[in-house]
Design a protein around this ligand. Structure first.
Ligand SMILES: [Zn+2]
Length: 282
């Protein structure tokens, strides 16, 4: 299913950083901070990694990843030094980007964590995914943001709630938060073993597993929505982009579909609220 948010006709001459319409990035329709979910289009990588691979540890040539990152940042109007990432370990730890760390996004070592948060104006936070669920959180009142990588382990550990707690620790009200959930493997394609399905049923309720052809299909997004609601985020504040990464080989990498030989997407959110006070975002 192609979504209308993909505009193949590149339009990068808008002056509003919130309106980002190009084939390299998808955006939520109604999210208050500058953000994006990368597609696999518009890069220079080849073969199974074609073309916009943004992962450094998937066997791609470093110079190709660098060029892809340069293109992706240019298309998103991001300063690559302001783009902060972590070494993702499928845990539930968070990393805070403080004033001291601003502008050092490219300097190793990257801390081991699966979510980042910041209140530093202009700092951008990114997570890497290729089926796992990217979750972006913004507080337009307190001007804080978080980015979360949530695979099945992180979802079971309710890392999305840890991110909400971290923002609340800085003064954010959970009921004022807005969330965008990006393209990820969806219930249509995410077949899991009976043991894992049972663990999810116990934690999140029977509705997060759908049996089809006698095999359990896991609905990670539904589990995450439950976690967010329990953490105090209103249901209506959560926007889910419709795409399944496994269903759309032309647009997305999928670790499952591609047998592990595939690229990585970035999902980013910047602590930048260009749309505040006008339009549908207020
Ligand atoms: Zn699917």
């Amino acid at each position: 299913m192609l979504d209308l948010q993909v505009l193949d006709a590149t339009c990068q001459n808008t002056s509003d950083p919130e309106i980002m319409e190009n084939e390299l990035w998808r955006t939520a329709r109604d999210f208050p901070a500058h953000h994006g979910f990368s597609t696999r289009k518009g890069g220079v990588s080849e073969g199974p990694l074609a073309s916009l691979n943004l992962g450094r540890s998937v066997g791609d040539a470093p110079e190709r990843v660098e060029e892809n990152l340069r293109r992706a940042c240019a298309a998103a109007r991001l300063d690559v030094d302001d783009l902060h990432t972590v070494s993702q370990v499928h845990g539930a730890a968070l990393h805070e980007v403080t004033a001291r760390l601003r502008g050092q996004g490219r300097r190793p070592p990257r801390p081991e964590a699966d979510a980042l948060h910041t209140a530093e104006p202009g700092a951008a936070l990114a997570v890497q995914v290729a089926d796992c669920v990217p979750i972006l959180v913004a507080d337009p009142e307190g001007r804080r943001v978080a980015a979360v990588h949530s695979g099945w382990r992180g979802t079971l550990a309710e890392i999305a709630a840890r991110a909400v707690e971290a923002l609340a620790g800085g003064g954010s009200r959970p009921e004022a938060l807005r969330v965008a959930i990006g393209p990820s493997i969806r219930v249509c394609c995410y077949v899991v073993g009976q043991d894992l399905a049972d663990r999810f049923r116990e934690r999140f309720g029977p509705e997060v597993v759908v049996e089809e052809d006698g095999r359990p299909h896991l609905d990670l997004v539904r589990a995450i929505r439950g976690t967010l609601q329990r953490a105090g985020v209103p249901e209506a504040a959560v926007e889910v982009l419709p795409d399944c990464t496994s269903c759309e080989p032309a647009l997305y990498y999928s670790h499952r579909r591609d047998g592990g030989i595939t690229g990585r997407h970035l999902a980013f959110v910047a602590c930048s609220f260009p749309g505040e006070g006008r339009g549908p975002v207020s």
